[in-house]
Design a protein around this ligand. Structure first.
Ligand SMILES: [Zn+2]
Length: 282
């Protein structure tokens, strides 16, 4: 895959370089979401899809990149180490282009909340962009974790980017038994078995799982199509619920598009992130 710069107003788009005879371009927008198992997938009107987009979407949003064209030669993005750090390192090493255009953001104007079983996700008005996430797993290696984070000042790269996706050994075994070769492994996910972390080296942070859930949410919320100004609060939410929350935000008219001045833009993710920060996100 290759990430190219793009003009203001482009948003984030994918182009499938292996597709011929139909539209190879897919918009990274909530309206393009299609069902996917434990990941985020978008499709265009021709049915051309690209999946597992959440980590690169999070890396771009977290680095303050709002316009880009991503070329990929297949229907899935590379999982790499299961975190967003490899994307962040590359984006920061290459640098970003500052566009000579005002920054448009989507300001949440009133709370929107979805509840499904014991999962909940909410967006509410706030300055800047912040989140609170809570998970509660029976597995002792994960357990109950909660974290609150203001995403300003490069917090995405410093706090969230290197946290890897996680799964249970029993789920990996079940997927292998079904012949699904793309299941998690200790090389692209934190694999837990009850109280034990099987991945070599253990966890990168004691609360790596909840950090990764926040990373996923940053990527899924980026499907709004522009930076969100608001606060995201979630409990046990997954990709599908956060995707539906973004849809509900637009469908209920709880969002307005505004132009930010330079001072207000300082509150958003990616601002204040410089090249010296690259090792911190590795
Ligand atoms: Zn993830």
């Amino acid at each position: 895959m290759v990430i190219h710069p793009a003009a203001a107003g482009t948003g984030i788009r994918f182009r499938r370089t292996d597709v011929v005879g139909c539209d190879p371009q897919i918009l990274a927008l909530w309206s393009a979401l299609v069902p996917a198992r434990l990941s985020t997938r978008v499709a265009n009107d021709d049915g051309v899809e690209v999946g597992t987009i959440e980590h690169v979407m999070a890396a771009l949003a977290g680095c303050g990149v709002h316009n880009a064209l991503i070329e990929v030669d297949g229907p899935e993005l590379p999982i790499l180490d299961g975190s967003a750090a490899p994307f962040v390192v590359k984006i920061r090493a290459c640098g970003v282009v500052a566009l000579d255009a005002p920054l448009e953001v989507l300001r949440v104007t009133r709370p929107v909340q979805l509840v499904e079983g014991d999962a909940m996700a909410r967006l509410e008005p706030a300055r800047g962009f912040s989140m609170r996430f809570e998970i509660d797993f029976a597995d002792g290696a994960i357990g109950r974790q909660m974290r609150t984070l203001d995403l300003a000042n490069g917090a995405f790269a410093h706090v969230l980017a290197d946290s890897r996706t996680f799964c249970r050994k029993s789920d990996v075994d079940a997927m292998r038994a079904q012949g699904l070769a793309r299941g998690g492994s200790i090389h692209n996910a934190v694999v837990v078995d009850g109280d034990v972390v099987l991945s070599p080296g253990g966890l990168r942070h004691p609360d790596e799982p909840v950090r990764h859930k926040m990373l996923d949410a940053v990527g899924d919320l980026a499907l709004a199509g522009a930076p969100l100004m608001g606060r995201y609060v979630a409990r046990k939410a997954g990709h599908a619920l956060t995707g539906r929350l973004v849809a509900a935000l637009f469908e209920t008219g709880a969002v307005e598009r505004i132009t930010l001045d330079a001072n207000a833009a300082q509150l958003l993710p990616g601002i204040g992130l410089g090249r010296p920060d690259i090792p911190l996100s590795a």
